[in-house]
Write a protein that binds this ligand. Structure first.
Ligand SMILES: Cc1cc2nc3c(=O)[nH]c(=O)nc-3n(C[C@H](O)[C@H](O)[C@H](O)COP(=O)(O)OP(=O)(O)OC[C@H]3O[C@@H](n4cnc5c(N)ncnc54)[C@H](O)[C@@H]3O)c2cc1C
Length: 436
């Protein structure tokens, strides 16, 4: 008896769900569906192009994709090409693994000006996501302000200041590399509303900022405490990690430029109050904060940073899918430990919000597989054959895993020397590879 499962989204949470189902003792036919021809979600389109080791996790997903009980349907947008209702009529279980790739807004005047790019858009642009191919940030500027002090903020800052040589072993999209390396950019500001202890970056990423060829980290040493205060509640592990970050930030205080031309400024205790300029960004007004009871409270004192681009990197949210209950406040699908309704499940960022590392999504996949095992049985549904017929009727051109492998090969064979691939960044270009 075969249980037919559709997994919508081919990022980590989708693949971990498929893998957990394959490892269980049930008999499953699993179809992984993605709106892009290319699989792997944020592994391809989020993880920084100079962190290739992290991206290698997709090799494990490939093993899952090549399992005889798994098929890939790329270039199929659920909610547009096929509805969730239609999928539910074809499959015993439908798992929504669609991520939450939309930027949270800053909520300050001027944020609609030309030159403000949420980190989701900006990261998608340098990683060659087709949705952001034509973003065209005008990098003819001396300064960029990144709002946020997490790993995504640090990725944006680092990719902007690395030299062409430092980026030569990466798969940064060519259009982004060309624009960044032609830019006169000198200063990148990273701004945290509270202090260094509250910064979310991990230590490896932070340390990297002190090891760049043409960029010096700048920080005012007076804002860095010696260690996390004893009366501050946190686990021993977190305390160790935070103390390590404080040590790294301190090591930046006396960093000498030694001929390096660019600077990344770490600024704390400040929040944006207005994006300045006419149609386009000319600067940002920051308000200095005090921290009271763990909360950043504005003091009324402001300062301006002249800049041509502002990148808010303050978090992500999901968007509703028609017919699926949505929690607007948290930007996730409403669910009870992953269960949404009969035969419908959510995993990954769209289930629990944009937190954790890649491996955090594994737990979601395991849990969803257990639930499907508990809840679902062979309902005699059409499954893969039904989806293929429906896509045919609707004239939707889908890309199977062999098709992705052809695209992958085309990208690899076009790679500049030393780089892993040269990404195709428009869907028609990808489909053209399949047309030979
Ligand atoms: C900029 C950035 C950098 C990161 N770097 C790291 C890192 O270095 N290390 C680390 O551990 N974690 C990193 N993360 C976190 C990690 O990427 C996430 O934990 C993980 O990708 C979440 O997996 P997911 O499957 O929930 O979502 P996603 O990876 O977003 O996958 C969702 C998939 O669903 C597809 N989809 C969406 N809507 C539809 C639809 N309607 N129909 C069909 N398909 C759809 C998308 O195309 C996508 O492929 C980073 C995150 C970001 C944003």
């Amino acid at each position: 008896m075969t249980v037919r499962v559709a997994i919508v989204g081919s990022g980590p949470s989708g693949f971990y769900t498929a893998d957990a189902l394959l490892r269980s003792d049930g008999d499953y036919e699993i179809d992984i569906i993605d709106r892009l021809p290319t699989p792997f979600g944020l592994i391809r389109a989020g993880v920084a192009p100079d962190h290739q080791k992290t991206k290698n996790v997709s090799r494990a997903y490939e093993k899952t994709a090549l399992n005889e009980n798994v098929a890939y349907f790329g270039n199929v947008d659920i909610g547009k090409d096929v509805s969730v209702d239609e999928l539910q009529s074809l499959y015993d279980a439908v798992v929504l693994a669609i991520g939450s790739p939309y930027d949270r807004k800053l909520g300050v005047p001027g944020e609609d000006k030309k030159g403000v790019f949420g980190s989701a858009d900006f990261v998608g642009w340098y990683n060659g996501h087709p949705d952001f191919r034509d973003l065209e940030p005008d990098l003819d500027t001396d300064a960029v302000v990144v709002i946020g002090v997490g790993n995504v903020a640090i990725d944006c800052a680092r990719v902007l200041v690395k030299t062409p040589d430092e980026m030569s072993h990466t798969d940064i999209a060519t259009h982004a590399a060309d624009a960044i390396h032609a830019s006169p950019l000198k200063d990148v500001y990273m701004i945290g509303r509270r202090g260094p202890i509250d910064a979310k970056f991990t230590n490896v990423e932070l340390r990297e900022m002190g090891e760049l060829k043409n960029c010096t980290p700048i920080i005012d040493g007076s804002v860095i405490p010696d260690e996390v205060p004893e009366d501050m509640e946190m686990s021993d592990r977190d305390r160790r990690l935070k103390d390590r970050n404080l040590g790294t930030l301190k090591s930046f205080v006396d960093a000498a430029p030694d001929g390096r031309e660019k600077r990344v400024h770490f600024q704390f205790f400040a929040s944006p109050v207005e994006v300045l300029g006419g149609d386009s960004v000319e600067g940002i007004r920051m308000e200095i904060n005090e921290v009271r009871d763990g909360r950043a409270v504005g003091t009324g004192e402001t300062y301006d940073i002249p800049c041509g681009i502002v990148i808010p990197a303050i978090g992500y949210q999901g968007q509703p899918l028609e017919g699926v209950p949505f929690d607007d406040w948290n930007g996730v699908i409403k669910n009870d430990e992953g269960r949404v309704s009969d035969g419908l499940y959510a995993v990954g960022w769209i289930r629990r919000g944009p937190t954790g590392v890649i491996g955090t999504n594994k737990h979601d996949g395991d849990r969803a597989a257990e639930q499907i095992q508990e809840d679902c049985s062979d309902g005699g549904k059409a499954g893969r054959a039904g989806l293929t017929a429906l896509l045919g009727d609707k004239g939707v051109r889908w890309v199977d895993y062999a098709g992705w492998q052809q695209i992958d090969e085309a990208e690899k064979s076009a790679a500049p020397e030393g780089a892993p691939r040269r990404k195709l960044t428009r869907i028609p270009e990808m489909l053209a590879v399949l047309d030979g």
